[in-house]
Ligand binder design. Structure first.
Ligand code: UDP
Length: 329
């Protein structure tokens, strides 16, 4: 009998790509999502398959899955600053209570569990680039605190289950990742800029645009997560692309890519917006023999082609809302 895997957050951006990956590898896949930030259309193409099932469930409440489970991937969580502002309590609950429920399920099923952590555990980092040994610089009571602290707690409870119960656990620290199926209105910089370019609006750069990010294409991210799950390494591993760029330079790249005639406009920097971020991926290279393969030019072209093919209604429905005024100090 084939391996059976539960993927939470299955209708989300990364969750849906993970469903595709494990279906491709002939796993039996159970997708679970409460559809608060996920979109069922991301996994509609899997519904006709015999080896795919979907449970509409919120993992912050007790999780029941009949039958055996070999693996669990916990990817359910809001994952953009706009979402944390709209649903801060759910964000805290899914990272804490949700993770606790899934660790309990993993223990019961004797399954290996991989949890999705984030570069946000490093906060506004004082060490650059970020290695896994850096403890971070997080504002517990800031607008991002609900996400950052839930994810830090998630790592702690996962290690406690590993040490105390001998559970097989894996922790991936995901850095900014992009590609098809990102939500156009999730407020993240890539869908925001592409959406603005497609609607003929100016591109909104927050702050003076000197803050940096390092963007990883989704296929590379999924491959890294896949290798980590199948490895025997229980400690956190950074997965991301170390190619760093300022947000201003990135806006200029988008203007070139999309051929928009619009210009850049500057808006205030949201509170606690990290000034710089770049993963040190030496650990992933050494342990997983992994490094990103897709250049930003190639990845951005694919992402732009995806968004360009969305309907006009969708594009307008998803008009980028500026929530930054809510998160200023
Ligand atoms: N950003 C921006 N304009 C936007 C949306 C985001 O300049 O319309 C900036 C944001 O302030 C941050 C960077 O882009 O410095 C990346 O933001 P995102 O929300 O994508 O990810 P995160 O801050 O969590 O890395």
């Amino acid at each position: 009998m084939g391996k059976r895997i539960l993927i939470t957050g299955a209708a989300g951006f990364l969750g849906s790509h993970l469903c595709d990956k494990f279906i491709e590898q002939d796993y039996e896949v159970i997708g679970m999502d409460n559809l608060i930030t996920g979109d069922i259309r991301n996994i509609e193409h899997l519904w006709k398959l015999k080896n795919f099932e979907f449970y509409h469930h919120d993992v912050s409440s007790f999780v029941h899955v009949p039958g055996k489970l070999d693996y669990i991937l916990h990817f359910a969580s809001p994952a953009s600053p706009i979402d944390y502002l709209k649903i801060p309590i759910q964000t805290l609950k899914v990272g804490s209570l949700g993770t606790h429920n899934l660790l309990g399920l993993a223990k019961e099923k004797k399954a290996r569990i991989l949890i999705a952590s984030t570069s946000e555990v490093y906060g506004d980092p004082l060490v650059h680039p970020q290695t896994e040994d850096y403890y971070g610089n997080v504002n517990t009571i800031g607008p991002r605190g609900v996400y950052d602290e839930a994810k830090r707690f998630q790592e702690s409870i996962t290690m406690a289950y590993h040490r105390y119960h001998g559970l097989e656990t894996r922790i991936v620290r995901i850095f900014n990742t992009y590609g098809p199926r990102m939500r156009l209105n999730d407020g993240r910089v890539i869908p925001a800029f592409i959406g603005q370019a497609l609607r003929g609006e100016d591109l909104t750069v927050f702050g003076d645009g000197s803050q940096t990010r390092s963007f990883c294409y989704v296929d590379d991210q999924i491959e890294g997560i896949y290798r980590l799950l199948l490895s025997d390494y229980p400690y956190p591993v950074n997965i991301g692309n170390p190619h760093e760029i300022t947000i201003k330079e990135f806006a200029e790249e988008i203007i070139k890519l999309t051929g928009t005639a619009q210009k850049i406009v500057y808006k205030p920097l949201p509170k606690d917006d990290p000034l710089q971020r770049r993963p040190d991926i030496s650990r992933a290279k050494a342990i997983l023999d992994w490094e990103p393969k897709v250049s930003r030019a190639e990845g951005m072209q694919k992402t732009y082609d995806y968004f360009r093919n969305l309907s006009v209604e969708e594009l307008n429905r998803s008009e980028h809302k500026d929530f930054s005024q809510h998160i200023r100090s």
